[in-house]
Ligand binder design. Structure first.
Ligand code: CU
Length: 156
């Protein structure tokens, strides 16, 4: 809840006469100095009814590490963060409760590695449509990106 002190600070600011609203741009885009998303896409399953997958690259431009606490996708029933793990010659998926993004570093969600598993996707999510993915950091910051919906063939 790092947002609370910021709100308290702006309230204190309003109480001081002559205090200019210079703090407003920072308040309206808290992710500006932090996490940004690129190369985001939602890949539909080859077999209808199977889960879809979302991939992206998350970069942390800040001086402190960030932690992805959860991910939401509008029009999806269930969204989970998975990693691909190989154990005893078998490859499977493991749930990740959170994913850290190092300071001035990045994390890649890509086929064969970390991915976002998406179940119960709305029928509107057809190739060519746009989905909205929201990254929720453990400090409450939300980073949103619009991502194209692709078929498995075009997306991988
Ligand atoms: Cu998975």
């Amino acid at each position: 809840m790092r947002l609370l002190p910021v709100v308290a600070a702006s309230l204190a600011c309003m109480a001081i006469a002559g205090c200019k609203p210079a703090a407003q741009p920072a308040a309206q885009s808290p992710q500006a100095a932090g996490v940004s998303l690129s190369n985001a896409r939602l890949v539909l399953p080859i077999i209808s009814g199977d889960p879809a997958a979302a991939y992206f690259n998350a970069s942390n431009g800040g001086d402190k590490p960030s932690r992805i606490a959860s991910i939401e996708i509008a029009g999806a029933g269930m969204v989970m963060m998975h990693d691909t793990v190989t154990e005893g010659g078998k490859t499977g998926m493991a749930m990740m409760d959170s994913v850290d993004i190092p300071a001035h570093g990045s994390v890649t969600f890509a086929p064969g590695g970390k991915h976002v598993m998406v179940d119960g996707l709305s029928e509107r999510m057809k190739p060519g449509a746009k989905a909205t993915l929201t990254l929720i950091l453990d400090d409450g910051t939300k980073v949103q990106v619009e991502l194209p919906v692709e078929t498995a063939a075009s997306g991988q």
